[in-house]
Each structure stands twice: as C-alpha cells, then as structure tokens.
Design a protein around this ligand. Structure first.
Ligand code: FAQ
Length: 292
C-alpha cells in the first residue's frame, strides 16, 4: 500500500498538480517544505526590523504612513506563511523557538543595517524586487497551501517594490546630497540583494531535489540572472550605477552562519518582543479555554 501512495504522489508531481495537507507525502518532501516555508516566514518577521528602524524618523507624514503599512504587510506575510507551515504538522511555538535558537535560518539580507532613509527605498526596490523574482515562480510550487499564500504575498510585494522605486525616484529629483544618498545606499545593498537567491547552483545542496519535487521551479543562478537583467533598465531610468555582480561567497556563508553585522541584534530584538508578548499569548489561551 505504501508503494501505491508513493506512486500516487509521484503521479501528482509529474502531472504538475498540487499536493494538499492530507495527501501522503515522502518525509523528505515534508521536511524540505517545513525548512523553506519556515525560513521564508522568519524572513518576513525579521525583515520588519531594518525598515521598522526608520518609522519614528520618516521625513514626512506621507512617508511614515506608507512605511507603517509596508511593515504591517510583512507581519501579515509572516503569519500566512506560518499558517502554511502549520499544515505540515509543526506548531507555531516550535517554529518561533527554532528561529530564536538559530536552528532555522532567515534571509541573509536582513542582517545588514539600514543607515539612511534612502535604504527604505532601496529595500523596496531591490530587496522586494529580488523577493518577487524568486517568489512569482513559487506561486506554482507543488504544495498547495504554500503556492496559494504566495499569490497574495506577491501582489503586495509588487506594491512594496513600486513604493521603493518611487521613493528613490523622488530623491533622485532632489538635491545632489539626496542623489549621493541613493547611490551610496544602492552600493551597499546590490550585492547582498543578489545573495538572497542563495548560493551558486554548484554549491546548492537542495536545488536538484527541490526541483524534482516541484517545490522550486528554477535554480538559484537562473533567478539571480533574471533579476540582474530586470534591474539594469530600472537603474538607468533612476540614474544610479549598479556595482558589479562579483559576489563574496565567504561573506554570504559567514552571514548565513550567524556572523553578519546585525545577526545577534536581530535575534535579540525578536526574542525580547516574543518574551514581552508572553502575557498576550497566556491571556488568549485562557480566553479560548473559558466557557462562553
Ligand atoms: N539567506 O541549497 P540551497 C522577504 C541556505 S524575501 C540565508 O540553495 P534552498 C520579503 C539554505 O536555507 C526573503 N540562508 O537552499 C521581504 C540552505 O540551508 P539549510 C525570503 C540561505 O532552500 C522583503 C543552504 O543555504 N525569501 O522576506 C540563503 O534550495 C523586504 C543551502 O542553500 C524566501 O525565503 C539566504 N539568502 O534555496 C520582507 C524565498 N540562501 O536550510 C521584508 C523562499 C540559501 O539547508 C522586507 N526560499 N540559504 O541549512 C527559497 O526560494 C529558497 O529557500 C532559497 C534557497 C532560494 C532562498
């Protein structure tokens, strides 16, 4: 009977159909999805911090309202993704513990500091831009709940990308000092944004199996090349110069392993927020259990 179940799974994948939570799936498929979806959810939640850093110092009420809404959207994305991950039989409590203990990763990009308001624009343009390029194909991922979460997330990310571009375009129409701020910010974020696509294919242990299972639809290098190509005309229209595409993979692995400029700070901040929220979780649990 196990062989029939495995054959059914293989046939579903081969037909390009979706696997749903109650369907039989190989343990490796489930584990890979938990790893990738959890890492994705954690990235959204940790990704609130670099931009959140500027909410109290936004240059106008309009920019503040936009930034607040964007950071809130990121919280929402994290929550959809945790829900998708829970359909694979893991609890949100476990996921949060694994983030805080460092057992599960989040995207390397969020371990860099945000040093100026131009970084808010650059994150929207390049970091959300890279996220969209990576995530649009994930709308067709083989696991139903993940693919469906991606559809809505991608729509919101496109909006985020445009607001970042609009912010930078506004600054580029401003003073020389503002133009210099934009270029300096792009100089810092370009290569880290290219690293969001993961290691080169030759050093990516998971890509082949994830492609065979229809979890990933393209390799890391394919998507990175697509993003570089998309970004060139946008940079020209803005009037900024993109640094080269030669990446320092030692820096990447150092950051992935916890040694980046902000890794410790990001986790400490998340842990404090989690600890400070303990009373809310306790109250919600007590309320849910109370007779009504
Ligand atoms: N950072 O074998 P592969 C966002 C790890 S967008 C850290 O190639 P895979 C939106 C990888 O986990 C950012 N670790 O792995 C936003 C694996 O380690 P493990 C989130 C990385 O999974 C915008 C090892 O290296 N997006 O948040 C990174 O096949 C603005 C070997 O790598 C997603 O998560 C990295 N950059 O491919 C929010 C998208 N790259 O677990 C706020 C979904 C690799 O074996 C503001 N994820 N690693 O110990 C994916 O598409 C894939 O997981 C990849 C990696 C492409 C990231």
């Amino acid at each position: 009977a196990d062989e029939d179940l495995a054959a059914g799974f293989d046939a579903t994948i081969a037909a390009g159909d979706r696997i749903e939570p109650r369907d039989w799936m190989p343990e490796g498929y489930r584990k890979t999805l938990v790893r990738q979806i959890a890492q994705h959810a954690h990235s959204e939640i940790i990704g609130m911090q670099p931009e959140g850093n500027w909410i109290t110092r936004a240059p106008s009420l309009r920019r503040k309202a936009i930034l607040l809404a964007k950071v809130q959207d990121e919280a929402g994305h994290g929550l959809y993704l945790y829900s998708a991950c829970e359909t694979l039989g893991v609890s949100r409590r476990d996921l949060m513990e694994q983030l805080i203990s460092g057992a599960q990763k989040y995207s390397s990009i969020f371990n860099y500091p945000t040093l100026s308001y131009a970084d808010v624009g650059t994150i929207g343009w390049l970091v959300d831009g890279a996220a969209i390029c990576n995530q649009v194909p994930l709308c067709r991922t083989s696991y139903g709940p993940y693919g469906r979460a991606m559809i809505r997330i991608c729509k919101e990310e496109s909006f985020h990308q445009r607001q970042g571009y609009e912010l930078l375009a506004t600054m580029m129409r401003g003073t020389d000092e503002q133009r210099a701020m934009v270029q300096e910010s792009v100089d810092r974020f370009w290569k880290p944004a290219l690293m969001m696509f993961g290691p080169p294919d030759a050093d990516s242990p998971n890509t082949q199996q994830s492609m065979d299972w229809g979890i990933k639809r393209h390799t890391n290098d394919e998507l990175r090349a697509r993003f570089i190509e998309m970004s060139a005309p946008q940079a020209a229209a803005l009037g900024v110069t993109l640094p080269g595409n030669d990446l320092d993979w030692d820096e990447f692995w150092r950051i992935v392993k916890g040694g980046g400029p902000c890794n410790a700070q990001r986790i400490a901040h998340r842990k404090k927020a989690h600890d400070d929220g303990a009373w809310v979780r306790e109250a919600a649990t007590a309320y849910a259990r109370s007779p009504r």
